[in-house]
Design a protein around this ligand. Structure first.
Ligand code: MF3
Ligand code: CO
Ligand code: CO
Length: 269
């Protein structure tokens, strides 16, 4: 299946879905405190999506080829968990870092976004990992314009992460998104400038770098979903859903309390 260009009407539906996904993160933010379980965060998000927004939590029962159905409504990846952490009895404690990844379906369209949260006071090292990863996502987003390649995005992200002494997870990538959760193209978070498909106005995809404080290798837990760092080093991830516009990009997963875009151009120059 080739990369589809979204129609103006589809783009409008994706704006709605994207904003709703981001608003779930706004909603859950005050609950991410020491003592809360990841299962409670899942239940709160589930009830907000279904009961307040009238959205469908896309992860629930999602079963890509080779996977068992995902059992919960959000992903909660704590500390050395890279992605796809399954909410449960785990109690968050001061100093933890956690990624909450939200995907909603509204009127048949998907919005997909994730943020890092620090629980209580996190160490300087943990905060730096979260900040650099946020910058990585934004540096990737800033490459997006018609004519740029997928390799331009990956290269910019990889360079920033590695300059900080961190590593990029290779096994998972950003993805086209629309009526389906995961569509073409694959957006690698590493690569070479000028390599790969060229972006065109109307494409919609996610950029969602996973950055490890230590080595890039990962391992899957026996639950069939949770991905952890092999060396148990901390891992961070941020995700936005992005539209390629005539001039550049538009972030679709925006909300009132979304963390601000960092002042990168000053820093990267
Ligand atoms: N939200 C994840 C992504 O960004 C996918 C999670 S799949 C799930 O692509 F089944 F674990 F929810
Ligand atoms: Co995604
Ligand atoms: Co996601």
């Amino acid at each position: 299946m080739a990369i589809t260009l979204k129609t103006p009407q589809e783009i409008e539906s994706m704006r709605v879905a994207g904003r709703l996904a981001a608003e779930v993160l706004d909603y859950i933010t005050p609950f991410v405190k020491p003592g809360v379980t990841t299962g409670e965060l899942d239940r709160l998000c589930h009830d907000f999506m279904v009961g307040v927004q009238g959205t469908i939590p896309a992860p629930l029962n999602y079963a890509p080829p080779g996977y068992q159905p995902y059992p919960k409504s959000i992903c909660t990846s704590v500390n050395h968990q890279v992605c796809h952490g399954i909410p449960g009895e785990k109690v968050l404690k001061g100093g933890d870092i956690v990624n909450l990844d939200i995907t909603v379906i509204k009127d048949g369209f998907h919005g997909d976004t994730s943020r890092m949260f620090t629980v209580g006071e996190a160490s300087i090292g943990a905060r730096r990992l979260c900040e650099i990863t946020h910058e990585c996502m934004w540096i990737g987003i800033e490459q997006v314009r018609p004519g740029a390649t997928i390799g331009d995005i990956g290269h910019a992200i990889q360079r920033h992460a590695e300059a900080a002494g961190f590593s990029i997870v290779r096994e998972f990538c950003g993805h086209g998104i629309g009526r389906r959760f995961h569509e073409e193209p694959q957006i690698l978070h590493y690569g070479r400038p000028g390599v790969g498909e060229r972006l065109e106005a109307g494409m919609i995809f996610t950029i969602e770098p996973m950055v490890n404080a230590g080595r890039r290798e990962i391992r899957e837990l026996s639950d069939g979903w949770t991905i952890v760092t092999k060396d148990h080093s901390l891992s961070a991830q941020w995700e936005h859903t992005v539209l390629v516009t005539g001039e550049g990009f538009e972030v679709l997963t925006v909300s009132e309390r979304m963390p601000a875009r960092p002042p990168l151009t000053a820093r990267a120059a």
